[in-house]
Design a protein around this ligand. Structure first.
Ligand code: DC
Length: 245
């Protein structure tokens, strides 16, 4: 049984790096029986394609990426599954795209207008297709509610302090939150990604119009999931039957 009525049920979750979007989006999608579309995984896959084509950090530019992007889109080299699973040229790369090499390069790559233009149409297409198939989609990203689906039925923005996001990142990577050096390095790299994601010219990270903002600094994942599902649920209740005159 789906909880909702099967119309274009799009629910977007945006927020900065390390805030816990993926864990929350996955659980919300499970609860609602929606498809979970992780748009960050798509930017990571283009970045992996660029790395495999020999583009390195010092050469990230429109000119260097143009052939990769053209071939990537025309050849439809990526396949996108639910829950952030991705394939490049038929090979599953879901783990590889979350590794250090891709993470170091993904923000500058995803700031390029040609890369964004190539992926946004693909994301809209996937969102509509999977919403029709599953009854709804949880779309996770940086511009999901502000740019990809500005008319999504539900829009959420998750935030948390930089320190808390660094702690979450380290726990996820089995690093030590007690080690001040590791904590500082992680905070610096998150702050740098935040800056690139917020300051880029096209579809920067921002709070979408009308989004519900949740400061998750002092909330556990389960509490964030509950807050989102509670906000969705009343809207999902079927209207009361009309009374006979
Ligand atoms: O959520 P993530 O860490 O997997 O995202 C990786 C990068 O992709 C992030 O630094 C910014 C970019 N991104 C984006 O620009 N727009 C999106 N909708 C999703 C991710």
């Amino acid at each position: 049984m789906t909880l909702l009525d099967g119309r274009s049920n799009l629910l977007t979750i945006d927020g900065p790096a390390g805030v816990g979007k993926s864990s929350v989006a996955r659980r919300v999608a499970d609860r609602l029986r929606f498809f979970h579309l992780d748009t960050g995984a798509m930017y990571r896959t283009v970045t992996l394609a660029a790395l495999r084509a020999g583009v390195d950090a010092s050469r990230v530019s429109e000119a260097a990426l143009a052939p990769v992007v053209r071939e990537f889109v025309i050849g439809r080299r990526m396949r996108v599954g639910g829950g952030g699973r991705v394939w490049l040229d038929g090979e599953e790369v879901s783990d590889e795209v979350r590794g250090a090499a891709v993470t170091a390069l993904v923000s500058p790559v995803s700031a390029l207008p040609s890369v964004r233009a190539a992926l946004v149409d693909w994301q809209r297409e996937l969102g509509e297709e999977e919403a029709a198939r599953y009854g709804g989609v949880v779309v996770e990203g940086r511009d999901a509610g502000s740019h990809i689906f500005p008319h999504a039925r539900w829009r959420f923005y998750l935030d948390a302090s930089l320190l808390e996001r660094a702690r979450r990142r380290l726990r996820q990577a089995a690093g030590s939150v007690e080690d001040p050096h590791e904590l500082t390095t992680t905070m610096e790299s998150l702050a740098q990604r935040d800056r690139i994601d917020r300051e880029r010219a096209v579809a920067p990270l921002c709070v979408p119009d009308g989004a519900m903002v949740l400061d998750t600094t002092h909330l556990a994942i389960g509490e964030v999931v509950e807050a989102i599902c509670a906000a969705v649920q009343p809207a999902a209740e079927p209207p009361p039957p009309e009374r006979a005159p």
